[in-house]
Design a binder for this molecule. Structure first.
Ligand code: F6R
Length: 266
């Protein structure tokens, strides 16, 4: 696991965009796993900028989003499909037919979740997965107690997640209680992971997930078992990391000696 402590959220987003760009240059038909929420918004903005100003090409990219609220239609302004269209898909040359966000209005949830998993396999698996982390340590909507081997399925959100996400809704009672989410096991099967976190509110959970024990109580801690994870945090989110000086030193040394390997050696 490589941990990069960026000075600012903007730097975090730029470094993250470098990793996504490098992936697309290496493999133009990459399969990207994408997250919603506040954290990756700067990354998506930077990718849109690179597409518009530098021609970063998404024409062959296939994407799978982590999660979607149950019972929100794709046109609902708080649905994750709507978010992805607004933040990224509408502004780059990705083929909309190649974008997958779980469908919240589905009748047969179990069959649908099995199909979502099969689709990921059918296209060869996810090459690069972008993740945020919830204040309770979740990745996707794998709330505390989720099996570390879990697959795409329906999850009930915790009170904390409902409260955290109520900032996007006019009325907190409108926040859905259920979501379809990729499982921790699904995420661990991706080839490479890019975990982002910003802001002081994430500092405690970032430290627990990266430096604490692996536990289903903080599902992000399962990333410690993955072979290729790059974590990029801003200085506020990284402020509780015990080995922050070491991570900073490693990054400086890489930048100085082997910049092409940032995000590559694990
Ligand atoms: C979103 C997702 C969630 C968020 C997490 C952090 O698709 O899977 O795990 O990444 O809740 O949300 P923000 O970025 O809004 O703090």
């Amino acid at each position: 696991m490589e941990i990069i402590i960026a000075e600012t959220t903007e730097e975090m987003s730029r470094l993250a965009a470098d990793i996504v760009e490098r992936q697309l240059l290496r493999k133009p038909n990459s399969v990207l796993g994408l997250a919603t929420g506040s954290t990756p918004m700067g990354l998506y903005k930077e990718l849109v900028r690179r597409h518009q100003q530098q021609g970063l090409d998404f024409s062959k990219v296939i994407s799978f989003n982590l999660d979607e609220y149950l019972d929100l239609s794709p046109t609902h302004p708080q649905s994750y499909r709507y978010f992805m269209d607004q933040q990224l898909f509408n502004h780059v040359n990705i083929d909309p037919r190649n974008t997958h966000v779980p469908y919240g209005h589905v009748a047969e949830v179990e069959e649908y979740c099995a199909w979502y998993e099969e689709e990921i396999k059918r296209v060869g698996g996810i090459d690069l997965q972008v993740l945020g982390i919830g204040a309770d340590g979740h990745i996707a909507f794998n709330e505390p107690g989720s099996s570390l081997g879990s697959r795409t399925r329906l999850k009930t959100l915790t009170q904390q997640t409902i409260e955290d996400n109520s900032r996007f809704f006019d009325d907190p009672d409108q926040v859905p209680r259920f979501a379809i989410t990729m499982g921790v096991g699904t995420i661990l099967e991706t080839r490479e992971i890019l975990l982002l976190a910003n802001g002081a509110k994430k500092a405690d959970v970032v430290a627990q997930a990266l430096e604490g024990p692996i536990t289903a109580q903080i599902t992000a801690s399962a990333l410690q078992m993955h072979r290729h994870v790059t974590v990029i945090v801003d200085s506020a989110a990284g402020s509780k990391l015990k080995r922050a000086d070491y991570y900073r030193w490693v990054h400086q040394e890489k930048k100085r000696l082997i910049p092409r390997l940032i995000g590559r050696v694990t």
